[in-house]
Every structure is written in structure tokens, then in C-alpha cells.
Design a protein around this ligand. Structure first.
Ligand code: PRP
Length: 216
């Protein structure tokens, strides 16, 4: 039987996803000692893990070359796409926030605001909901620099611990929405490998419930 191929987001979500797969009983030695490998079997070969950048996880799952994926809601909101979002995995928790230089009143004056973000669609949708016209500047990383350097009035970005904002003299002005890791499934795979995929989703959801119960 062909393994179920799962695309995992490299970096912050990677080890948390591997931890979860281990709790589900899959031997993840290959993923723990991967070196520079990007594709590897786990368990007794019934799952194949693919390590990819967040936006590429969506691309691989959407196209069907991966059956499932674990990716942040931030990427899903920014990139969109056609797939099933089947579970909130409850880790990788952070939020989207609008942040400004400490002491700045964002809404004084009548000029159009300039908002810097790596997440231009998220920023655009947020201000559209508020019926506000803003200019959006795409920044690829360390977006905190933009308001500090005077390029933007504010940023829309991920805030996890808040340390990056604090250390750069910024504060949250508005919370946009919470973010966490999501499990996504290719539409055709969901039909063709229904039983295996549903079993895996059930196991993951069980794990989420157990962790929630512990936290409560
Ligand atoms: C993200 C985000 C912030 C930081 C927030 O950046 O863009 O810069 O993490 O985390 P904190 O609230 O715990 O300080 P990331 O490290 O993903 O890199 P990037 O700036 O290149 O996007």
C-alpha cells in the first residue's frame, strides 16, 4: 500500500508535529535524525513525511502530490486554496495583530494609512472589514523595521511571545485573529483514501482533546 504522504511545515511547527506523531505511536526516528533530508518514511512506512516551507505545504496538498499537510492558519489565510481544513491541531498558537510604535495614535490625522506586512492579503482583508482604504507595502521579513524606519504607520504581523515587538519599541494596537496549526487534506485523497485519512484525523483529534483536557 502506498504510504499516506504528509507535508509538514519546516521550522516552528515541525518539532511539534513530530511530537504529535510520536504520541500517536509512530516511530519518528527518521524525522528526528533527518540531516538535510526532506522526505522520509515514519512509523513502519505507512506514512511518508515531506518537509516544506509553509506556503509550499499548501501547494503540495492542493495539487495532490501530498495527501495531507500541517500548516499555520496564517499561511492558509494569506494564500487560500482548495483543500479541506479538517482540524485545529491546537499547537503553534499565536495571533495576527496590528502593531504600532509605542505611543502612536494610529487614527489621528486624515491621511491614508500605510501598513507593512508579509501577509498582504490578511492586512488587506482586515482593513476592508473596517471599510478603510489603506496602502499596503509588502515586506519579506523582520517587518517590525518598517514603522521604526518610518516606512509604514503600522504592521500586520504574527505575534507569539511579543518579544520582537517589545524589543523594537512596538506595541499591539489591535488583535486581528488567533492563529494555530491546522491539518489540511487534498480533496481527491479524502475520497480515494477515506478510511486511512479519517482514522488519522480521529487519532490527531483525540490527541488534541487529551492536550486540552490537561490544560484545563
Ligand atoms: C515572526 C513574526 C515576528 C516574530 C514574532 O517572525 O514575523 O517577527 O516571529 O515572534 P515573538 O512575538 O515571539 O517575538 P519569524 O521569526 O517567523 O521571521 P520573519 O521575521 O522572517 O518572518
Amino acid at each position: 500500500m502506498k504510504p499516506i504522504r504528509i507535508a509538514l511545515t519546516k521550522g516552528r511547527l515541525e518539532s511539534k508535529t513530530i511530537d504529535m506523531l510520536e504520541r500517536l505511536g509512530y516511530d519518528c526516528t527518521n524525522a528526528r535524525k533527518k540531516g538535510r533530508k526532506l522526505i522520509m518514511p515514519i512509523g513502519s512506512g505507512e506514512i511518508e513525511v515531506v518537509l516544506a516551507k509553509a506556503a509550499d505545504v499548501v501547494t503540495y496538498v492542493e495539487s495532490g502530490v501530498c495527501d495531507m499537510g500541517v500548516v499555520g492558519k496564517d499561511t492558509i489565510m494569506e494564500k487560500g486554496g482548495t483543500f479541506y481544513e479538517v482540524a485545529d491541531l491546537g499547537f503553534g498558537k499565536c495571533k495576527f495583530a496590528l502593531a504600532v510604535v509605542k505611543g502612536k495614535n494610529l487614527y489621528e490625522g486624515y491621511h491614508n494609512l500605510t501598513i507593512a506586512s508579509k501577509y498582504v492579503n490578511v492586512a488587506k482583508n482586515y482593513f476592508e472589514q473596517k471599510s478603510m482604504d489603506v496602502d499596503i507595502v509588502k515586506i519579506e521579513g523582520s517587518v517590525e523595521l518598517a514603522p521604526v524606519l518610518g516606512l509604514a504607520d503600522a504592521i500586520v504581523d504574527i505575534v507569539e511571545t511579543g518579544t520582537t515587538l517589545k524589543e523594537n519599541g512596538l506595541v499591539v494596537a489591535e488583535e486581528v485573529c488567533p492563529v494555530s496549526a491546522r491539518l489540511i487534506v487534498n480533496i481527491a485523497s479524502m475520497k480515494l483514501r477515506k478510511k486511512e485519512i479519517e482514522d488519522l484525523i480521529d487519532k490527531m483529534e483525540n490527541d488534541v482533546q487529551k492536550r486540552r483536557a490537561k490544560e484545563a
